[in-house]
Design a protein around this ligand. Structure first.
Ligand SMILES: Nc1nc2c(ncn2[C@@H]2O[C@H](COP(=O)(O)OP(=O)(O)OP(=O)(O)O)[C@@H](O)[C@H]2O)c(=O)[nH]1
Ligand SMILES: [Mg+2]
Length: 239
């Protein structure tokens, strides 16, 4: 069983090596990590390359073209499938997602097509971030659940595991979001494809180092994307 963890990064040079070390220390057999970096000016890719020279389970894909969390996700999904992954995990590169949750995420994929690392199921937590960020997340979750008609508790989690067949059904090459709204776009696809989406509890930690790339523009874009996906689907333009 081969699992590939894709980690989109932009300016995560302080976080990426500690993350890779933590994943290495898990000792999960057959686990590979592919960092998908948008030519970060802070040297993130160079740090991964130096680490990968000593630890072949890790690799870096440096993208060219327009930068964006969505572009990186789309390319990462396709690269993971091309590498023959049976399971594909995505996680942030800022240590907000605890690598120690990886084994549980992988194990839960035995029962579900898509597993979300969820802050809002019993045992999960999101107590580390500022109150206004948590309020925004709760509001966005409510909005997505209503518009998509989906029952999941943490629709915005970017810590996920996909069975290979599920990701193929989602059809990454056809995803459109350039930015972080890809997280919602993928969930919408999964729901529309009738995939079994499960959740396991995770504790989300605020990033300790480096800057957030999520601004008001991206947040707004997320709301618009959700509305557009639903409208297009009602008009028969979206699967
Ligand atoms: N390749 C790539 N990765 C990105 C880009 N923007 C963000 N990322 C990565 O996507 C992950 C999530 O981005 P964050 O900025 O942490 O956004 P967030 O976790 O929603 O927000 P915070 O809670 O403020 O950290 C991180 O690993 C980022 O480095 C981008 O343009 N290209
Ligand atoms: Mg983050």
């Amino acid at each position: 069983m081969k699992a590939v963890v894709i980690v989109p990064t932009y300016d995560e040079s302080e976080n990426v090596v500690p993350l890779l070390e933590a994943i290495r220390d898990l000792g999960v057999p057959g686990l590979e990590v592919l960092v998908v970096d948008d030519a970060s000016p802070d040297g993130t890719a160079e740090r991964v390359r130096a680490f990968a020279a000593r630890h072949p389970f890790a690799d870096v894909l440096v993208r060219s073209g327009p930068r964006g969390r969505g572009h990186a996700g789309r390319e990462g999904y396709q690269a993971a499938l091309a590498r023959g992954a049976d399971l594909v995990v995505e996680m942030d590169g800022d240590l907000s997602h605890d690598p120690r949750d990886l084994p549980r995420l992988l194990a839960a994929a035995e029962k579900h097509d898509v597993v979300l690392g969820s802050r809002f199921v019993p045992g999960g937590s999101d107590t580390d971030r500022a109150l206004w960020r948590r309020v925004l997340t709760v509001a966005a979750n409510f909005y997505i659940r209503v518009l998509f008609g989906i029952g999941v508790r943490d629709a915005n989690s970017g810590y996920r595991c996909f069975r290979r067949a599920a990701l193929v059904a989602i059809d990454p090459a056809s995803l459109r979001s350039p930015g972080p709204a890809i997280v919602q776009e993928v969930l919408f696809r999964a729901h529309r494809c009738g995939l079994r989406v499960g959740e396991i509890p995770v504790a989300f930690a605020d990033r300790a180092r480096g800057d957030s790339k999520l601004g008001w523009g991206e947040l707004w874009q997320g709301y618009v994307t959700v509305l557009r996906l639903r409208a297009r689907q009602l008009l028969g333009l979206e699967r």
